[in-house]
Design a protein around this ligand. Structure first.
Ligand code: SAM
Length: 479
Protein backbone atom coordinates (compact mmCIF):
# COMPACT_ATOMS: atom_id res chain seq x y z
CA UNK A 1 0.00 0.00 0.00
CA UNK A 2 2.75 2.50 0.96
CA UNK A 3 4.29 2.10 -2.49
CA UNK A 4 1.22 3.44 -4.32
CA UNK A 5 0.50 6.22 -1.85
CA UNK A 6 4.15 7.33 -1.99
CA UNK A 7 4.24 7.19 -5.79
CA UNK A 8 1.01 9.21 -6.02
CA UNK A 9 2.36 11.81 -3.59
CA UNK A 10 5.49 12.16 -5.74
CA UNK A 11 3.38 12.69 -8.86
CA UNK A 12 1.60 15.51 -7.01
CA UNK A 13 4.91 17.03 -5.94
CA UNK A 14 6.18 16.86 -9.52
CA UNK A 15 3.09 18.70 -10.74
CA UNK A 16 3.79 21.35 -8.14
CA UNK A 17 7.43 21.43 -9.34
CA UNK A 18 8.76 20.62 -5.90
CA UNK A 19 11.78 18.75 -7.16
CA UNK A 20 13.04 16.23 -9.69
CA UNK A 21 11.87 12.62 -9.82
CA UNK A 22 15.19 11.40 -8.51
CA UNK A 23 15.36 13.81 -5.59
CA UNK A 24 11.75 13.25 -4.54
CA UNK A 25 12.05 9.47 -4.68
CA UNK A 26 15.35 9.50 -2.85
CA UNK A 27 13.99 11.75 -0.09
CA UNK A 28 10.75 9.78 0.24
CA UNK A 29 12.16 7.42 2.85
CA UNK A 30 10.61 4.45 1.04
CA UNK A 31 12.34 1.16 1.75
CA UNK A 32 12.58 0.07 -1.89
CA UNK A 33 13.81 3.16 -3.76
CA UNK A 34 14.37 1.30 -7.03
CA UNK A 35 10.84 -0.06 -7.15
CA UNK A 36 9.33 3.34 -6.32
CA UNK A 37 11.47 5.11 -8.94
CA UNK A 38 10.42 2.65 -11.64
CA UNK A 39 6.73 2.99 -10.75
CA UNK A 40 6.83 6.81 -10.82
CA UNK A 41 8.75 6.98 -14.13
CA UNK A 42 6.55 4.42 -15.84
CA UNK A 43 3.34 6.06 -14.61
CA UNK A 44 4.61 9.37 -15.98
CA UNK A 45 5.39 7.76 -19.33
CA UNK A 46 1.88 6.35 -19.57
CA UNK A 47 0.22 9.39 -17.98
CA UNK A 48 -1.90 10.58 -20.97
CA UNK A 49 -3.03 7.00 -21.67
CA UNK A 50 -3.91 6.46 -18.01
CA UNK A 51 -5.88 9.71 -17.87
CA UNK A 52 -7.75 8.63 -20.96
CA UNK A 53 -8.64 5.24 -19.45
CA UNK A 54 -9.55 6.69 -16.06
CA UNK A 55 -11.84 9.25 -17.59
CA UNK A 56 -13.45 6.82 -20.07
CA UNK A 57 -14.31 4.45 -17.24
CA UNK A 58 -15.44 7.37 -15.00
CA UNK A 59 -13.40 5.73 -12.26
CA UNK A 60 -13.07 8.85 -10.12
CA UNK A 61 -16.80 9.41 -10.19
CA UNK A 62 -17.54 5.87 -9.16
CA UNK A 63 -14.90 5.82 -6.44
CA UNK A 64 -15.12 9.17 -4.72
CA UNK A 65 -12.24 8.34 -2.35
CA UNK A 66 -9.85 7.89 -5.22
CA UNK A 67 -7.74 10.83 -6.40
CA UNK A 68 -6.29 11.10 -9.89
CA UNK A 69 -2.68 10.37 -8.97
CA UNK A 70 -3.50 7.36 -6.78
CA UNK A 71 -5.76 6.07 -9.56
CA UNK A 72 -2.95 6.53 -12.09
CA UNK A 73 -0.38 4.46 -10.22
CA UNK A 74 -2.88 1.73 -9.39
CA UNK A 75 -4.23 1.52 -12.94
CA UNK A 76 -0.68 1.62 -14.30
CA UNK A 77 0.39 -1.36 -12.22
CA UNK A 78 -2.81 -3.28 -12.94
CA UNK A 79 -2.74 -2.78 -16.72
CA UNK A 80 0.88 -2.17 -17.68
CA UNK A 81 3.01 -3.19 -14.68
CA UNK A 82 3.48 -6.38 -12.81
CA UNK A 83 0.01 -6.55 -11.34
CA UNK A 84 -1.04 -4.95 -8.08
CA UNK A 85 1.28 -5.83 -5.24
CA UNK A 86 -0.55 -4.27 -2.36
CA UNK A 87 -3.22 -5.88 -0.26
CA UNK A 88 -5.79 -3.88 1.59
CA UNK A 89 -8.50 -1.51 0.55
CA UNK A 90 -6.86 0.09 -2.54
CA UNK A 91 -6.41 -3.27 -4.22
CA UNK A 92 -9.97 -4.34 -3.41
CA UNK A 93 -11.27 -1.02 -4.70
CA UNK A 94 -9.44 -1.12 -8.04
CA UNK A 95 -10.04 -4.83 -8.62
CA UNK A 96 -13.80 -4.14 -8.68
CA UNK A 97 -13.18 -2.30 -11.94
CA UNK A 98 -10.59 -4.66 -13.40
CA UNK A 99 -12.63 -6.03 -16.27
CA UNK A 100 -13.92 -2.60 -17.30
CA UNK A 101 -10.40 -1.16 -17.18
CA UNK A 102 -9.03 -4.03 -19.25
CA UNK A 103 -11.74 -3.79 -21.88
CA UNK A 104 -11.27 -0.01 -22.09
CA UNK A 105 -7.57 -0.56 -22.71
CA UNK A 106 -8.36 -3.12 -25.41
CA UNK A 107 -10.76 -0.70 -27.12
CA UNK A 108 -8.20 2.09 -26.93
CA UNK A 109 -5.65 -0.11 -28.71
CA UNK A 110 -8.13 -0.92 -31.44
CA UNK A 111 -9.04 2.76 -31.80
CA UNK A 112 -5.40 3.78 -32.08
CA UNK A 113 -4.60 0.79 -34.31
CA UNK A 114 -1.77 -0.50 -32.13
CA UNK A 115 -0.98 -3.99 -30.84
CA UNK A 116 1.48 -3.36 -28.03
CA UNK A 117 0.84 -1.29 -24.93
CA UNK A 118 4.14 0.45 -25.57
CA UNK A 119 2.83 1.74 -28.90
CA UNK A 120 0.04 3.61 -27.14
CA UNK A 121 2.63 5.98 -25.75
CA UNK A 122 4.04 6.73 -29.16
CA UNK A 123 0.60 7.04 -30.71
CA UNK A 124 -0.28 9.95 -28.47
CA UNK A 125 2.64 11.81 -26.94
CA UNK A 126 1.97 14.26 -24.13
CA UNK A 127 2.52 17.26 -26.36
CA UNK A 128 -0.50 16.23 -28.41
CA UNK A 129 -2.77 16.70 -25.42
CA UNK A 130 -5.82 18.28 -26.99
CA UNK A 131 -7.92 20.70 -25.03
CA UNK A 132 -11.37 21.73 -26.20
CA UNK A 133 -11.51 24.92 -28.27
CA UNK A 134 -12.99 27.56 -25.96
CA UNK A 135 -14.74 30.54 -27.53
CA UNK A 136 -15.58 33.55 -25.39
CA UNK A 137 -18.44 35.54 -26.81
CA UNK A 138 -17.59 39.24 -26.72
CA UNK A 139 -20.68 40.79 -25.16
CA UNK A 140 -19.50 44.26 -26.22
CA UNK A 141 -20.26 43.38 -29.82
CA UNK A 142 -22.79 40.59 -29.87
CA UNK A 143 -24.68 38.18 -27.63
CA UNK A 144 -24.81 34.44 -26.98
CA UNK A 145 -27.96 33.84 -28.93
CA UNK A 146 -26.65 35.44 -32.11
CA UNK A 147 -23.37 33.57 -31.98
CA UNK A 148 -25.05 30.22 -31.32
CA UNK A 149 -27.44 30.95 -34.15
CA UNK A 150 -24.55 31.82 -36.45
CA UNK A 151 -22.77 28.53 -35.81
CA UNK A 152 -25.98 26.56 -36.23
CA UNK A 153 -26.39 28.16 -39.64
CA UNK A 154 -22.81 27.21 -40.41
CA UNK A 155 -23.94 23.61 -39.93
CA UNK A 156 -22.62 23.12 -36.41
CA UNK A 157 -24.81 21.18 -34.01
CA UNK A 158 -25.57 22.98 -30.73
CA UNK A 159 -26.09 20.50 -27.90
CA UNK A 160 -27.18 23.07 -25.28
CA UNK A 161 -25.73 23.71 -21.86
CA UNK A 162 -23.11 21.18 -20.77
CA UNK A 163 -23.43 20.04 -17.18
CA UNK A 164 -19.99 18.56 -16.64
CA UNK A 165 -16.54 18.08 -18.13
CA UNK A 166 -17.47 14.77 -19.79
CA UNK A 167 -19.74 16.65 -22.18
CA UNK A 168 -16.81 18.84 -23.20
CA UNK A 169 -14.57 15.84 -23.72
CA UNK A 170 -16.83 13.89 -25.97
CA UNK A 171 -17.78 16.50 -28.54
CA UNK A 172 -17.80 15.37 -32.16
CA UNK A 173 -16.09 17.60 -34.68
CA UNK A 174 -19.08 19.82 -35.53
CA UNK A 175 -20.82 19.79 -32.17
CA UNK A 176 -20.62 22.58 -29.62
CA UNK A 177 -22.05 23.36 -26.17
CA UNK A 178 -22.35 26.18 -23.66
CA UNK A 179 -19.76 25.85 -20.90
CA UNK A 180 -21.04 24.57 -17.54
CA UNK A 181 -19.21 27.26 -15.52
CA UNK A 182 -18.79 30.43 -17.54
CA UNK A 183 -21.86 32.11 -18.98
CA UNK A 184 -20.29 33.63 -22.10
CA UNK A 185 -18.21 30.62 -23.11
CA UNK A 186 -18.90 28.14 -25.92
CA UNK A 187 -16.95 24.93 -26.29
CA UNK A 188 -15.99 23.22 -29.53
CA UNK A 189 -14.01 20.16 -30.59
CA UNK A 190 -10.22 20.64 -30.15
CA UNK A 191 -9.56 20.50 -33.86
CA UNK A 192 -11.87 23.37 -34.76
CA UNK A 193 -9.78 26.35 -35.84
CA UNK A 194 -11.68 29.63 -35.85
CA UNK A 195 -8.78 32.04 -36.42
CA UNK A 196 -10.02 32.82 -39.93
CA UNK A 197 -13.68 32.94 -38.94
CA UNK A 198 -15.46 36.24 -39.57
CA UNK A 199 -16.73 36.36 -35.98
CA UNK A 200 -13.14 36.18 -34.76
CA UNK A 201 -11.72 38.74 -37.18
CA UNK A 202 -14.61 41.10 -36.37
CA UNK A 203 -13.97 40.77 -32.61
CA UNK A 204 -17.30 39.12 -31.87
CA UNK A 205 -15.59 36.08 -30.40
CA UNK A 206 -12.30 35.77 -28.52
CA UNK A 207 -10.33 32.51 -28.59
CA UNK A 208 -9.32 32.20 -24.96
CA UNK A 209 -8.65 29.18 -22.76
CA UNK A 210 -11.37 28.61 -20.18
CA UNK A 211 -8.99 28.88 -17.22
CA UNK A 212 -7.84 32.28 -18.41
CA UNK A 213 -11.48 33.48 -18.38
CA UNK A 214 -11.81 32.73 -14.66
CA UNK A 215 -10.08 35.83 -13.21
CA UNK A 216 -12.30 38.50 -14.81
CA UNK A 217 -15.41 36.36 -14.31
CA UNK A 218 -14.68 35.95 -10.60
CA UNK A 219 -13.58 39.54 -10.01
CA UNK A 220 -16.92 40.54 -11.53
CA UNK A 221 -16.64 44.34 -11.15
CA UNK A 222 -20.02 46.12 -11.27
CA UNK A 223 -20.84 48.13 -14.39
CA UNK A 224 -19.35 51.62 -14.11
CA UNK A 225 -16.71 50.76 -11.52
CA UNK A 226 -13.01 51.63 -11.62
CA UNK A 227 -10.69 48.68 -12.21
CA UNK A 228 -6.95 48.11 -12.65
CA UNK A 229 -5.53 45.37 -14.84
CA UNK A 230 -2.00 45.46 -13.44
CA UNK A 231 -0.08 43.29 -15.95
CA UNK A 232 -2.43 43.48 -18.85
CA UNK A 233 -0.83 42.66 -22.21
CA UNK A 234 -1.78 41.16 -24.59
CA UNK A 235 -5.17 42.01 -23.11
CA UNK A 236 -7.50 39.02 -23.19
CA UNK A 237 -8.48 39.56 -19.59
CA UNK A 238 -8.70 43.32 -20.15
CA UNK A 239 -11.26 42.87 -22.91
CA UNK A 240 -13.16 40.39 -20.73
CA UNK A 241 -13.23 42.96 -17.90
CA UNK A 242 -14.42 45.65 -20.32
CA UNK A 243 -17.27 43.37 -21.42
CA UNK A 244 -18.30 42.79 -17.79
CA UNK A 245 -18.16 46.56 -17.23
CA UNK A 246 -20.28 47.05 -20.38
CA UNK A 247 -17.58 49.55 -21.41
CA UNK A 248 -18.64 51.84 -18.57
CA UNK A 249 -16.45 53.11 -15.74
CA UNK A 250 -12.67 53.10 -16.02
CA UNK A 251 -10.23 50.33 -16.80
CA UNK A 252 -6.57 51.22 -16.14
CA UNK A 253 -4.32 48.74 -17.94
CA UNK A 254 -0.56 48.63 -17.29
CA UNK A 255 2.23 46.67 -18.90
CA UNK A 256 6.00 47.00 -19.14
CA UNK A 257 6.38 45.48 -22.57
CA UNK A 258 5.94 47.89 -25.48
CA UNK A 259 5.47 45.24 -28.14
CA UNK A 260 2.88 43.35 -26.13
CA UNK A 261 1.08 46.65 -25.49
CA UNK A 262 0.93 47.32 -29.24
CA UNK A 263 -0.68 43.92 -29.77
CA UNK A 264 -3.06 44.73 -26.96
CA UNK A 265 -4.04 48.00 -28.64
CA UNK A 266 -5.07 46.08 -31.77
CA UNK A 267 -6.91 43.43 -29.79
CA UNK A 268 -8.86 45.94 -27.72
CA UNK A 269 -9.80 47.96 -30.79
CA UNK A 270 -11.07 44.85 -32.51
CA UNK A 271 -13.02 43.88 -29.38
CA UNK A 272 -14.69 47.31 -29.22
CA UNK A 273 -13.19 48.21 -25.83
CA UNK A 274 -13.48 51.93 -25.10
CA UNK A 275 -13.41 52.27 -21.31
CA UNK A 276 -9.68 51.64 -20.92
CA UNK A 277 -6.62 53.77 -20.36
CA UNK A 278 -3.49 51.88 -21.40
CA UNK A 279 -0.07 52.77 -19.97
CA UNK A 280 3.42 51.48 -20.72
CA UNK A 281 4.34 51.52 -17.06
CA UNK A 282 5.82 49.35 -14.33
CA UNK A 283 2.86 48.51 -12.09
CA UNK A 284 5.15 48.46 -9.06
CA UNK A 285 5.85 52.17 -9.67
CA UNK A 286 2.22 53.23 -10.11
CA UNK A 287 1.48 55.69 -7.32
CA UNK A 288 -1.37 54.13 -5.34
CA UNK A 289 -2.10 57.47 -3.64
CA UNK A 290 -2.64 59.33 -6.94
CA UNK A 291 -6.15 60.79 -6.93
CA UNK A 292 -6.69 59.18 -10.34
CA UNK A 293 -6.90 55.79 -8.66
CA UNK A 294 -8.98 56.87 -5.69
CA UNK A 295 -12.04 55.12 -7.04
CA UNK A 296 -10.30 51.82 -7.86
CA UNK A 297 -12.03 49.03 -5.93
CA UNK A 298 -11.15 46.08 -8.17
CA UNK A 299 -7.72 44.90 -9.30
CA UNK A 300 -6.81 42.00 -11.56
CA UNK A 301 -3.22 40.87 -11.18
CA UNK A 302 -2.02 38.29 -13.70
CA UNK A 303 1.74 38.78 -13.42
CA UNK A 304 4.59 37.23 -15.38
CA UNK A 305 5.07 33.63 -14.30
CA UNK A 306 6.94 30.50 -15.34
CA UNK A 307 4.09 29.42 -17.65
CA UNK A 308 4.56 25.86 -16.43
CA UNK A 309 0.83 25.17 -16.72
CA UNK A 310 0.68 25.68 -20.46
CA UNK A 311 -0.24 22.32 -21.90
CA UNK A 312 2.57 21.53 -24.27
CA UNK A 313 5.06 22.21 -21.54
CA UNK A 314 3.64 19.51 -19.28
CA UNK A 315 6.06 16.90 -20.51
CA UNK A 316 8.72 18.81 -18.61
CA UNK A 317 7.50 17.13 -15.43
CA UNK A 318 10.28 14.66 -15.76
CA UNK A 319 12.95 17.32 -16.29
CA UNK A 320 15.43 17.52 -13.52
CA UNK A 321 15.25 20.80 -11.74
CA UNK A 322 18.43 22.79 -12.10
CA UNK A 323 19.62 25.65 -9.98
CA UNK A 324 18.77 28.25 -12.58
CA UNK A 325 15.11 27.18 -12.67
CA UNK A 326 15.02 27.28 -8.87
CA UNK A 327 16.53 30.75 -8.97
CA UNK A 328 14.09 31.78 -11.67
CA UNK A 329 11.17 30.56 -9.61
CA UNK A 330 12.40 32.48 -6.59
CA UNK A 331 12.77 35.65 -8.65
CA UNK A 332 9.30 35.23 -10.15
CA UNK A 333 7.75 34.54 -6.75
CA UNK A 334 9.45 37.61 -5.29
CA UNK A 335 8.05 39.80 -8.09
CA UNK A 336 4.59 38.24 -7.78
CA UNK A 337 4.58 38.87 -4.04
CA UNK A 338 5.65 42.51 -4.53
CA UNK A 339 3.00 43.08 -7.17
CA UNK A 340 0.28 41.55 -4.99
CA UNK A 341 1.34 43.64 -1.97
CA UNK A 342 1.27 46.72 -4.17
CA UNK A 343 -2.22 45.89 -5.43
CA UNK A 344 -3.44 45.65 -1.83
CA UNK A 345 -2.01 49.11 -1.08
CA UNK A 346 -4.52 50.97 -3.26
CA UNK A 347 -6.60 52.95 -0.74
CA UNK A 348 -10.09 51.99 -1.96
CA UNK A 349 -9.36 48.48 -3.16
CA UNK A 350 -11.94 45.90 -2.08
CA UNK A 351 -11.15 42.84 -4.21
CA UNK A 352 -7.92 41.70 -5.80
CA UNK A 353 -7.82 38.66 -8.00
CA UNK A 354 -4.44 36.96 -8.41
CA UNK A 355 -3.81 34.45 -11.19
CA UNK A 356 -0.96 32.62 -12.90
CA UNK A 357 -0.65 30.02 -15.66
CA UNK A 358 1.87 28.22 -13.47
CA UNK A 359 1.49 24.92 -11.61
CA UNK A 360 4.30 25.72 -9.18
CA UNK A 361 3.31 26.02 -5.56
CA UNK A 362 6.02 28.68 -5.11
CA UNK A 363 4.22 31.05 -7.52
CA UNK A 364 0.74 30.24 -6.27
CA UNK A 365 -0.20 29.03 -2.77
CA UNK A 366 3.15 30.17 -1.30
CA UNK A 367 2.68 33.73 -2.59
CA UNK A 368 -0.88 33.90 -1.25
CA UNK A 369 0.07 32.36 2.08
CA UNK A 370 2.83 34.90 2.63
CA UNK A 371 0.48 37.74 1.72
CA UNK A 372 -2.12 36.50 4.21
CA UNK A 373 0.52 36.33 6.93
CA UNK A 374 1.24 40.02 6.29
CA UNK A 375 -2.19 41.40 5.43
CA UNK A 376 -4.52 38.80 6.97
CA UNK A 377 -5.94 41.40 9.39
CA UNK A 378 -7.26 43.44 6.51
CA UNK A 379 -7.90 40.95 3.71
CA UNK A 380 -9.47 37.52 3.64
CA UNK A 381 -9.31 34.80 1.03
CA UNK A 382 -12.63 34.24 -0.75
CA UNK A 383 -13.80 30.64 -1.16
CA UNK A 384 -14.10 30.57 -4.93
CA UNK A 385 -16.62 28.45 -6.87
CA UNK A 386 -17.16 25.59 -4.41
CA UNK A 387 -18.26 23.25 -7.20
CA UNK A 388 -15.01 23.69 -9.17
CA UNK A 389 -13.30 20.29 -9.03
CA UNK A 390 -9.68 21.33 -8.69
CA UNK A 391 -8.70 23.27 -5.54
CA UNK A 392 -5.53 25.02 -4.37
CA UNK A 393 -3.03 22.82 -2.53
CA UNK A 394 -3.62 22.46 1.21
CA UNK A 395 -0.03 23.43 1.98
CA UNK A 396 -1.72 26.04 4.17
CA UNK A 397 -5.20 25.67 5.66
CA UNK A 398 -6.85 28.15 3.30
CA UNK A 399 -5.25 26.78 0.14
CA UNK A 400 -8.42 24.97 -0.97
CA UNK A 401 -10.28 28.32 -1.10
CA UNK A 402 -8.24 28.98 -4.24
CA UNK A 403 -8.78 27.35 -7.62
CA UNK A 404 -6.42 25.28 -9.67
CA UNK A 405 -7.03 24.12 -13.21
CA UNK A 406 -5.37 21.34 -15.17
CA UNK A 407 -5.73 19.47 -18.46
CA UNK A 408 -6.87 16.28 -16.74
CA UNK A 409 -9.26 17.72 -14.14
CA UNK A 410 -10.74 20.76 -15.88
CA UNK A 411 -9.71 20.30 -19.56
CA UNK A 412 -7.80 23.56 -19.54
CA UNK A 413 -4.24 24.73 -19.24
CA UNK A 414 -2.74 24.51 -15.77
CA UNK A 415 -3.80 27.65 -13.90
CA UNK A 416 -4.18 29.14 -10.41
CA UNK A 417 -6.63 31.77 -9.11
CA UNK A 418 -7.04 33.35 -5.67
CA UNK A 419 -9.20 36.28 -4.65
CA UNK A 420 -8.54 38.57 -1.69
CA UNK A 421 -11.31 40.70 -0.31
CA UNK A 422 -11.08 43.58 2.15
CA UNK A 423 -12.30 42.36 5.54
CA UNK A 424 -14.48 45.36 6.33
CA UNK A 425 -15.85 45.66 2.78
CA UNK A 426 -19.46 46.50 3.58
CA UNK A 427 -21.38 48.00 0.64
CA UNK A 428 -22.25 45.91 -2.38
CA UNK A 429 -19.71 43.16 -1.68
CA UNK A 430 -21.71 42.00 1.31
CA UNK A 431 -24.94 41.98 -0.66
CA UNK A 432 -23.37 40.09 -3.52
CA UNK A 433 -21.35 37.60 -1.53
CA UNK A 434 -22.73 34.63 -3.41
CA UNK A 435 -21.47 36.14 -6.64
CA UNK A 436 -18.05 34.72 -5.99
CA UNK A 437 -19.33 31.23 -5.98
CA UNK A 438 -21.09 30.24 -9.14
CA UNK A 439 -23.00 32.90 -10.96
CA UNK A 440 -22.43 36.36 -12.33
CA UNK A 441 -24.43 38.86 -10.24
CA UNK A 442 -27.49 39.91 -12.19
CA UNK A 443 -26.85 43.52 -13.12
CA UNK A 444 -29.33 46.13 -11.91
CA UNK A 445 -31.59 47.54 -14.62
CA UNK A 446 -30.01 50.97 -14.24
CA UNK A 447 -26.65 49.53 -15.24
CA UNK A 448 -27.93 47.97 -18.39
CA UNK A 449 -28.64 51.08 -20.38
CA UNK A 450 -27.31 50.67 -23.93
CA UNK A 451 -23.65 51.49 -24.36
CA UNK A 452 -22.15 52.09 -27.79
CA UNK A 453 -19.54 50.04 -29.56
CA UNK A 454 -16.88 51.62 -31.74
CA UNK A 455 -19.17 51.23 -34.72
CA UNK A 456 -21.91 53.06 -32.85
CA UNK A 457 -24.14 50.00 -32.78
CA UNK A 458 -25.95 49.04 -29.60
CA UNK A 459 -23.61 47.08 -27.37
CA UNK A 460 -24.42 43.50 -26.66
CA UNK A 461 -24.25 44.15 -22.91
CA UNK A 462 -27.86 44.90 -23.69
CA UNK A 463 -29.81 42.26 -25.62
CA UNK A 464 -28.24 43.05 -28.97
CA UNK A 465 -29.69 42.66 -32.41
CA UNK A 466 -27.60 40.82 -34.95
CA UNK A 467 -24.69 42.85 -36.22
CA UNK A 468 -24.46 43.48 -39.93
CA UNK A 469 -20.84 42.42 -40.18
CA UNK A 470 -21.64 38.77 -39.53
CA UNK A 471 -22.44 36.90 -42.72
CA UNK A 472 -24.54 33.81 -42.25
CA UNK A 473 -24.95 30.95 -44.62
CA UNK A 474 -28.53 30.15 -45.37
CA UNK A 475 -28.20 26.66 -44.03
CA UNK A 476 -30.94 25.14 -41.97
CA UNK A 477 -29.55 24.31 -38.54
CA UNK A 478 -29.94 20.80 -37.27
CA UNK A 479 -31.42 21.62 -33.88
N1 SAM B 1 -3.19 39.35 -18.37
C1 SAM B 1 -2.64 39.14 -19.69
C2 SAM B 1 -3.72 38.55 -20.60
O1 SAM B 1 -4.67 37.94 -20.11
O2 SAM B 1 -3.64 38.72 -21.81
C3 SAM B 1 -1.40 38.29 -19.65
C4 SAM B 1 -0.35 38.85 -18.74
S1 SAM B 1 1.20 38.04 -18.81
C5 SAM B 1 0.94 36.64 -17.87
C6 SAM B 1 2.17 39.03 -17.76
C7 SAM B 1 2.44 40.41 -18.27
O3 SAM B 1 3.03 41.14 -17.21
C8 SAM B 1 3.43 40.49 -19.43
O4 SAM B 1 2.82 41.12 -20.53
C9 SAM B 1 4.55 41.36 -18.89
O5 SAM B 1 5.09 42.23 -19.86
C10 SAM B 1 3.87 42.12 -17.79
N2 SAM B 1 4.73 42.64 -16.70
C11 SAM B 1 5.81 42.06 -16.14
N3 SAM B 1 6.30 42.84 -15.16
C12 SAM B 1 5.49 43.93 -15.09
C13 SAM B 1 5.48 45.10 -14.27
N4 SAM B 1 6.39 45.30 -13.32
N5 SAM B 1 4.51 46.01 -14.48
C14 SAM B 1 3.58 45.83 -15.44
N6 SAM B 1 3.56 44.75 -16.25
C15 SAM B 1 4.50 43.81 -16.08
Amino acid sequence: MALYVKAAAILGQLEAKRGSVKALVFNSGHKNIKQLYALVCETLRYSPVLEDIISTTALLKKEKKLQMNVAKVLVYDLLFGKGLKCGGSWKALIMKHRSQLKSTLARLKIKRKVCRNEDLIESKPAKDYRLPRYVRVNLLKTNMEDVIDYFKREDYLYLGQATDADHLKNLASKQFVSDPHLPELLVFHPKIDLHENVLYTAGHIILQDKASCLPAHLLNPPVGSHVIDACAAPGNKTSHLAAILCNKGKLFAFDLDTKRLATMGTLLLRAGVTCHEMANQDFLLVDASDSKYQGVKYILLDPSCSGSGIVNRLNQFTDDEDSSSTQRLQALAAFQHKALSHALSFPSVERVIYSTCSVNREENEDVVEKILQQYGNHFRLVNLMPSWPCRGLDTFPEGPRCLRASPSATLTNGFFVAMLEKQNGQNELEQNRESFSEERVPLPESDLAPAKTLEGKPAACTPAPRTKKVKRKKVQSRT
